[in-house]
Ligand binder design. Structure first.
Ligand SMILES: [Zn+2]
Length: 403
């Protein structure tokens, strides 16, 4: 969730020719027979909009069932997200509202979708031709500073928790806030251990570098970065340095690449910072106009962005930057540690990746780069399934007392 530099209907309407739009028969065959698992989608927010129907093709936004079918996206982590400054019991209440909304929507569309908790559940859904729906909580503030919520959320089907969002929470420092805890507090470390016990993945997107290294040391299961990109290619604190990616990979983890323009393209990030003073400053500025009205924030941001691109204040960004980030990770640590974490419905998409229907282009681009079909299947979803299975195994061992 970026709910900031971007949003919902923020499609660039300019006519802009993007290379590599055609998808070969080989790529289609590979793509549509693979598990294509996206670890971060803010579509959940749309469930509260009475005009939105997950089962119909919507004119705005990035994800719905028809476009998922068209793009071959057959496994999705719906993000449970609320503003990081909401803490305590209200944060729990609002998170539960969203968990319920996801579960109800999956039920409503049970012909196409099924709730999944494990890697095997995702595989089974794929065999049945259904879309696997999973949930991830984006920010430790939604625990209400109560470790028992890890178990409760896990029982409700939540399979990852991002340790912080844009702001520090009670026990973890964020990458976009002033350090307050020197990474993870002791209570934060205990929360990571409890996540290991429940098999819930530890997500280090959004956290400070120190929080990442603390979590890496404490967690018995591999970590994920559910929606982050590479800092070597775009110097943004939300992205991971090469050293962090190497450390993540050494313990079996996966970075799922975020498609947000200001995370993947340095020129765009520089221009965007110059215009708005960075992610958090931009959101604060929009909140002055819109209050907590997310729809207003999204619409205003999209309008501002469109105008800035038209005036030449923000550059065009091609979807091919996504491929650059995937390729960077592969060159750094091999093909087993990278996946897809688009941030659809929560970020500003590059041109040519306007919504999830465009995903087969990623498979085509990786084939053209000479990647093997096996490696492409891993990147599309296999690597994330491997980490889920590893976390499930750690949970079984911890609960049986053998670890
Ligand atoms: Zn996010």
């Amino acid at each position: 969730m970026l709910r900031s530099v971007c949003l919902l209907a923020c499609l660039s309407l300019e006519v802009f020719t993007v290379a590599g739009d055609s998808v070969s028969d080989q790529a289609k065959k590979l793509h549509f027979s693979s598990i294509v698992l996206d670890t971060h989608d803010d579509t959940t927010q749309n469930f509260f909009d009475k005009d939105f129907d997950l089962g119909k093709r919507n004119a705005t936004g990035h994800v719905d069932i028809p476009r998922m079918r068209e793009g071959g996206m057959n496994a999705i982590f719906f993000s449970i997200w609320i503003d990081g400054r909401i803490m305590g019991p209200l944060a729990i209440q609002k998170a539960l509202d969203q968990i319920d909304a996801v579960r109800q929507n999956v039920k409503l569309h049970s012909k196409d979708m099924v709730l999944a908790r494990t890697a095997d559940d995702v595989r089974r859904a794929h065999e049945q031709g259904k879309i696997a729906a999973l949930m991830g909580i984006e920010g430790g503030h939604m625990l209400g500073n109560d470790i028992r919520m890890v178990r409760i959320y896990s029982d409700l089907g939540v399979r990852y928790l991002t340790l912080s969002h844009f702001y520090n929470d009670e026990w973890a420092d964020s990458s976009t806030d002033k350090p307050a805890h020197n990474g993870l507090t002791d209570y934060g470390k205990e929360i990571v251990r409890e996540m290991n016990r429940t098999g819930m993945l530890v997500d280090i997107s959004h956290v400070s570098d120190k929080t990442f290294y603390d979590a890496l040391e404490v967690s018995k299961a591999p970590l994920i970065a559910s929606h982050s990109s590479c800092r070597a290619l775009c110097n943004h604190v939300r992205d991971m340095t090469d050293d962090m990616i190497k450390a993540l990979a050494a313990k079996g983890g996966v970075i799922q690449i975020n498609y947000e323009k200001s995370f993947i393209d340095q020129a765009y990030k520089n221009a965007s910072d110059k215009l708005s003073g960075g992610v958090v400053a931009l959101v604060d500025q929009l909140k002055k106009k819109c209050g907590d009205d997310e729809a207003c924030i999204g619409k205003t941001m999209a309008e501002q962005e469109k105008q800035a691109i038209a005036e030449g204040k923000l550059p065009h960004v091609s979807w091919e930057r996504i491929i650059d980030h995937i390729d960077h990770v592969v060159k750094l640590v091999g093909p087993d540690h990278v996946g897809l974490g688009s941030d659809f419905d929560g970020a500003s998409m590059p041109e040519g990746m306007e919504d999830c229907s465009k995903l087969p282009k990623i498979t085509e681009a990786l084939l053209r780069k000479g990647y093997s079909e096996d490696d492409i299947r891993k990147i599309l979803g296999g690597n994330t399934l491997r980490v889920m299975a590893a976390a499930e195994q750690v949970s079984r061992e911890l609960n049986s007392g053998t670890n």
